[in-house]
Design a protein around this ligand. Structure first.
Ligand code: AMP
Length: 397
């Protein structure tokens, strides 16, 4: 089965193609991967043998078409014909009430469109990808795999904001994001711990450009730090995370900020970038910190503190903790972040093996053998989850 996965962001469009004869138990390697960087208008395509880069000169739709052309033409060709693709899976950031992946129909597209006000940076790019596939591949089945779906198991007392109830009925509630990653890491942790997922109480720390934690019990998400939008919760690269909700009101009333300016400030110029004044990339913040930069130190300390205080806030719903998982760009690569977070959690029974933490590469347990709470490092595989859902969907169909 040939499965094309599209993952559209506001500034990038990624794709990969899997060619599967059966569904393996661990993630397969795609036969082709492509990445469009819309800022630099650069398309990079990689196969096992070849890496090519291509400057895009036309509009976004033509760019996506070019990305697909590279699958069957030129030096990165891996299939004879685009018609060989059996199904296309899309990562969809905001899926509202969808509790599981859905075959894309005109109604599903309409629902994704209706959620644009809640996800203005992502849902339009997803629709763009879906429509390009419709133009090029006609009636090939397309599956929407939602980042929000995994968190629809949050109980009402967690999913509801303490606002007038009519607002909750109008859809203003705690959705949560990064669900594809949280779901994958939960399943993978059960494999590493050799325990049934249903028996585990987990906190998954997805720390990338965007950051969120999820409290997962019996394989279900019970609470997550992101909410109505991906702005709530932890301090992130450029996003503030949770702040006093009166701050935007004060800025608008007293300082003349427009709604657009507040939006840009909270989403694009806060977080690590805003506090440090250096970068949204933790590596650059840490380099400045090493040279004694005070604001870099403050930004890093806040980043760690906010992870720890959020871990604390997730414990009651779990009633204890069996494993703490680190994943995504920062979680997988920064031994310092893992060490600093775990340092404050020894009272819970978290005991990091400091040497393993330093040298760890790939999925593994990095706590000491006798630690009451295990610490895991897991490379997240969102594309693979989408491919698996596609496989299962076509097999069932
Ligand atoms: P992601 O969104 O999962 O792709 O994560 C991207 C982020 O991971 C980047 O913005 C970096 O800040 C961060 N990152 C990647 N490698 C490292 C590293 N070695 N140390 C600290 N942060 C890293």
């Amino acid at each position: 089965m040939k499965i094309l996965v599209l993952n559209a962001g506001s500034s990038s469009q990624k794709s990969c193609l899997y060619d599967l004869e059966r569904l393996p138990t661990s993630p397969a390697e795609p036969i082709s991967k492509a990445d469009i960087d819309w800022h630099n208008k650069l398309l990079t395509t990689k196969t096992k043998e070849v890496k090519s880069t291509h400057k895009l000169t036309e509009d976004r739709v033509s760019g996506i078409k070019k990305m697909l052309e590279n699958l069957w033409q030129g030096e990165t060709k891996v299939i004879n014909d685009l018609a060989k693709i059996d199904i296309v899976g899309h990562r969809i950031v905001h899926g509202g009430d969808y509790t599981q992946s859905a075959l894309i129909t005109p109604e599903v597209k309409e629902r994704i469109r209706s959620l644009i006000p809640l996800s203005p940076n992502h849902n339009p790019s997803h629709l763009e990808g879906i429509e390009v596939i419709e133009t090029i591949l006609g009636t090939v089945p397309q599956l929407a795999v939602f980042d929000t779906a995994f968190h629809t198991t949050q109980p009402p007392e967690i999913a509801t904001y303490p606002l007038p109830y009519e607002l909750s009925e109008a859809g203003i509630r705690h959705y949560g994001f990064h669900g594809i990653s949280h779901r994958y890491c939960a399943g993978r942790s059960a494999e590493l711990l050799e325990a049934p997922l249903e028996s585990l109480r987990l906190i998954n720390c997805h720390l990338g450009n965007g950051c969120s934690l999820a409290a997962i019990k019996e394989g279900k998400s019970l609470q997550t730090t992101m909410g109505f939008t991906p702005l709530e919760g932890l301090m992130m690269g450029t996003r503030s995370g949770s702040i006093d909700p009166a701050i935007p009101l004060y800025l608008m009333r007293e300082k003349g900020f427009s709604a657009e300016q507040v939006d840009t400030m909270l989403n694009k110029s806060s977080g690590l970038l805003g506090v440090s004044g250096i970068s949204a990339d933790l590596r650059a913040v840490l380099a400045a910190l090493k040279e004694g930069n005070q604001r870099a130190q403050l930004a890093f300390s806040m980043y760690i503190h906010r992870i720890n205080s959020s871990i604390g806030s997730l414990l009651p719903v779990l009633g204890g903790l069996d494993a703490l998982i680190f994943t995504a760009g920062v979680g997988e690569n920064s031994s310092l972040v893992r060490a600093k977070v775990c340092e404050k959690l020894t009272f819970l029974g978290v005991q990091l093996d400091l040497e393993k933490n330093e040298t760890a590469r790939g999925d593994q347990i990095i706590s000491t053998p006798d630690a009451r709470v295990k610490v895991l490092l897991i490379h997240t595989e969102e594309d693979w989850v989408i491919a698996e859902d596609c496989w299962n969907f076509l097999k069932k169909a």
